[in-house]
Design a binder for this molecule. Structure first.
Ligand SMILES: C[S@@+](CC[C@H](N)C(=O)[O-])C[C@H]1O[C@@H](n2cnc3c(N)ncnc32)[C@H](O)[C@@H]1O
Length: 231
């Protein structure tokens, strides 16, 4: 069956434009999946962007997150979009038994991934079940001098997935390097990240990079489509 996962009418203004938009590669790969007859699990759903994109082509979508406040927004957005097949539940994706979460055939995630989540997905999916995700790549904001502890490079992602008995069907890196004409332009652009970067030293690293003549800012996401081995 053809069809597209798209922002469509369920997108919320300001939530998915420009920086931080849902990964186009992830959405394209999900569009090629057969229509889900069971439950699709969106781990680390946040305000439910991916869950809403999944809903039109799924029987049921279950979004889980540890952040109950984000799920209040997620429910409101889904209700406003008229989506009756999306449910949001507070759950820890690193601890939950996914078989108790609607026995999903497809587990999806956007910017919420860890070795533990890969292990939980492997344990919870039936043979042939699919894990599709976009995670931060280690190049994400490399100019700040810090790598997120949730980031993957290709080698480590392959190793963790294969150790969990996943067969990797597709693996790509989405990378965008923004270039600035001046230090002022670079600092002004990154100002939107300052509240987050101030807390962990990234802003200081970024200022040093710009002061040394750096005029780029890199975003990188690793996108994976993997299938659990059949017995
Ligand atoms: C960067 S946000 C991405 C949100 C959403 N997937 C999106 O792309 O809009 C990461 C989300 O993962 C959630 N999260 C982090 N660790 C989690 C865990 N162990 N179990 C469930 N959710 C988790 C956070 O609360 C946050 O909502």
């Amino acid at each position: 069956m053809s069809g597209r996962w798209s922002r469509g009418p369920s997108a919320v203004a300001g939530e998915s434009r420009g920086h931080g938009a849902l990964s186009p590669t992830l959405l394209a790969w999900l569009a090629e999946e057969p229509r889900a007859t069971g439950t699709v699990l969106d781990v680390g759903t946040g305000t439910g962007r991916l869950a809403r994109a999944l809903a039109p082509r799924a029987h049921r979508v279950l979004g889980i997150d540890t952040d109950g406040a984000a799920l209040v927004d997620a429910r409101r957005h889904a209700r406003r979009a008229g989506l009756g097949n999306v449910v949001f539940v507070v759950a820890d994706a690193e601890e939950a038994d996914y078989r108790m979460l609607g026995r999903p055939n497809l587990v999806a995630a956007h910017l919420c991934m860890s070795d533990r989540i890969i292990e939980r997905a492997a344990a919870g999916l039936p043979p042939g079940g699919v894990l599709v995700f976009a995670a931060f790549h280690v190049d994400q904001w490399r100019e700040t001098g810090r790598v997120s502890r949730f980031a993957y490079d290709e080698h480590r992602a392959r190793a963790v997935l294969e150790a969990a008995a996943f067969r990797i069907e597709r693996l790509e890196v989405e990378r965008e390097v923004r270039e600035f004409h001046s230090a002022a332009e670079a600092l002004a652009y990154a100002g939107r990240f300052r509240p987050k970067w101030d807390g962990d030293g990234r802003w200081l690293g970024w200022e040093r990079f710009v002061a040394a003549g750096g005029r780029t800012l890199t975003e990188g996401r690793l996108v994976v489509h993997a299938r659990i081995g059949t017995a």
